[in-house]
Design a protein. Sequence first.
Length: 346
Amino acid sequence: MTVRALLLILWLPVQAAAQGFAGLGTDADGFAVPTPDPVFDFPKDHGAHPDYRIEWWYLTANLTGPDGTAYGVQWTLFRSALAPETREGWTDPQVWFAHAAVTTPDRHLVAERIARGGIGQAGVTVDPFEAWIDDWRMSGLDVEMLDLTARGTDFAYDLDLRATGPLVFHGNGGYSVKSAQGQASYYYSQPFYEVSGTLTLPSGDIPVTGAAWLDREWSSQPLADNQSGWDWFSLSFDKDDKLMGFLLRDDAGGVFSSATWIASDGTTTAYPDGAFRARALEWHEVAGRDVPVRWAVQMPDRGVDVTVTALNPDAWMALSIPYWEGPVIVQGSHAGRGYLEMTGYD
């Protein structure tokens, strides 16, 4: 059985009543839901939360080779629950799947893994920390010092990550609202990793250095049922300030936005709907879809007026749940690099 067929079978009970992109607007019946004023418990909260329906450990990295070539790396482990419980063996209702990618200026290489919970094929432990599926690993004594590995048919990477700043919390202390109706998630990040390691590409091994950003998020209904996709930006500026911002698009053409300004010392400022603005400037056809690959991004309160451009416009994740994800270049009032994720472009 192919990975695509297996994932669709495992995903079917969720998708039968799915609303919004990838079913993320489906009712949270029976699952726990995020509530305001969260109190996080670390290292426990670096691990899985099986009472919630969807969760991810999402790492992106902007890297540079010895000749100055820019690269991007993605490593993501997803957990999707068919029921809010865990069991031993194949009856466990927790489904795990993972995506890995390497983006170069002219290639986008991707791979996917799928596993059922309860059989030791995938999971997350916290002391020491390890998130894994098959031989893909993100592991270390804690999330501040990690080794990251993955491989696909035509790529591999082995990276060393060291955090140089604190965890940051989005929204109201980690309670991140996603719609005017009040859907929300718990959401925090470690956006301060320094990275070194090796990419293995068809052309050979390439030593790389750079920076990485880890997002941790979990919920049971993170979207409203009429929200069809999102545009998510993580931007790291040359002066070490950072900006996370997203637009959530609805079926009527409206958007709901949110943003977090992250100062170089880790101090955060949360911004409500409307403060972060992003407008598509250039579209590109990829996988039979028109996708925006150049954006005007503004946040007047911080003097941000930049152009965000895809390093490789063809960074389409042609997987069981397809989307666009790739590194970007930032120019304008602030310069830097970052990552852009776009979903729901059919």
